[in-house]
Design a protein around this ligand. Structure first.
Ligand code: PAF
Length: 292
């Protein structure tokens, strides 16, 4: 089957209904386009777990709190279609803003996931996760897939979506996929992201420091070092390397709340500006507390 691109909900529904009528399972990969190897890893996972793979490309205005960020967000449809074709995606849903928000964005019913949307990226981008939860719940209703695939790079986003699906009893299985990282010599370890495109060649060579720092923090905490001073020292090192740190913090994985003495599944998360680019990354890790 070659890639079919549709832009209306009616065409999308028709395609998915036919697949389901044939007894095929449907996997869904929502994206904002400008696709790279990280997205292709989601497509590969979807193909492994489902018979038919639907991807969407929609730069969702509702989740941007900065107008210039929305306008400058890279739109590369033809290149994206070629990548999706090469990786065996079956259907691309690429709606217009009017198709997604026919009654206008202002009067759109909002989905808001409390607690977990506050803080971290939700702190610096107010309303961002309401925009994400709203568009993702609409897309889930439009596609009616069996499983949906999201990258763990957006750790808070994944947690928000899992909570939304649970709270709203949405009949879909959420699959988290490990962050895809650069294996090039100059940028090894850097999490793949559309926002890396905003980095100058010189900034690109410095950007892997972000992940290296997360690994150092995780190792130090696993060795029993004090959390606060570990984070402070790591933040100082990032600042010295020219990053403007938005947050660098340790949370428990389940709900991104502060770590308590009983928690063993932790995650260190970072958001930092390097030049124009706001980069995010995280590293989940276990903590063995038997020696405490
Ligand atoms: O992660 C993204 O690309 C977007 O936030 C998503 C999930 C496609 C919703 O617009």
């Amino acid at each position: 089957m070659s890639l079919l691109t549709v832009s209306t909900v009616a065409e999308l529904r028709e395609f998915v209904q036919q697949a389901k009528f044939k007894g095929l399972s449907v996997g869904f990969v929502p994206t904002m386009g400008n696709l790279h190897a990280g997205h292709m890893s989601l497509i590969k996972h979807a193909k492994k777990h489902c018979d038919v793979v639907v991807a969407s490309i929609f730069v969702n205005p509702l989740q941007f709190n900065d107008e210039s960020d929305l306008t400058s967000y890279p739109r590369t449809l033809e290149q994206d279609q070629a990548l999706l074709t090469d990786n065996g995606c079956h259907l691309l849903f690429a709606p217009t803003v009017a198709e997604m928000y026919p009654n206008g964005q202002e009067s759109q019913t909002l989905v808001s996931v409390p607690d977990i949307s506050i803080g971290l990226c939700g702190g610096s981008r107010p309303g961002h996760f309401d925009g994400v939860a709203t568009v993702v719940s609409k897309l889930f209703n439009m596609v009616q897939a069996d499983k949906a695939f999201f990258g763990e790079k957006d750790f808070q986003q994944l947690a928000v979506i899992r909570k939304m699906v649970q709270d709203m009893c949405i009949p879909i299985e959420i699959m988290g996929v490990a962050t895809e990282r650069s294996s090039d010599n100059d940028t090894a370890g850097l999490a793949l992201s559309s926002r890396n495109g905003y980095l100058s060649p010189e900034e690109l060579t410095r950007a892997p420091v972000l992940y290296a720092t997360l690994k150092e923090v995780a190792a130090a905490i696993q060795q029993g070092n004090d959390t606060l001073s570990t984070l402070e020292n790591a933040q100082a090192r990032l600042t010295q390397k020219g990053f403007k740190v938005d947050y660098l913090t340790l949370c428990r994985q389940s709900d991104l709340k502060p770590v308590t003495a009983d928690d063993t599944q932790l995650v260190v998360l970072v958001a930092a500006f390097l030049g124009k680019a706001r980069l995010i990354d995280n590293l989940p890790f276990p903590l063995n507390r038997t020696n405490d």
